[in-house]
Design a protein around this ligand. Structure first.
Ligand SMILES: [Zn+2]
Length: 104
């Protein structure tokens, strides 16, 4: 993601980011223009769904874009056909750091 410096409009670099919530992230940004040198905090927020997720998080509720054909999606979801599929990237395994029987 690229942010522009609000003072000189040069490209900037995001040095670090922290999640405030599942839809809001704060970024700490520095201007790459050596003659400017401005640094600032910026906030980004997911505010609308343009294409629904295949693995939605039930706690994330974003309004759907008006261009999404809800009637077609609903008809497809109600349809009888499903197919077996194993995602190529399974969910990451986060092991318990305090477990005594896990891998080292
Ligand atoms: Zn700048």
């Amino acid at each position: 993601m690229r942010l522009r410096c609000p003072h000189c409009n040069s490209v900037s670099a995001i040095l670090t980011s922290e999640a405030v919530s599942s839809t809001v992230t704060r970024h700490y940004v520095v201007c790459k223009n050596i003659n400017c040198g401005h640094s600032w905090r910026a906030t980004t927020e997911a505010d609308i769904t343009l294409s629904p997720s295949a693995i939605p998080n039930a706690t994330v509720v974003l309004p759907l874009s008006a261009h999404i054909r809800r009637d077609v999606i609903m008809a497809q979801l109600r349809g009888p056909t499903t197919s077996e599929y194993e995602p190529r990237r399974p969910q990451p395994y986060t092991r318990d750091l305090f477990a005594t029987d896990g891998p080292s």
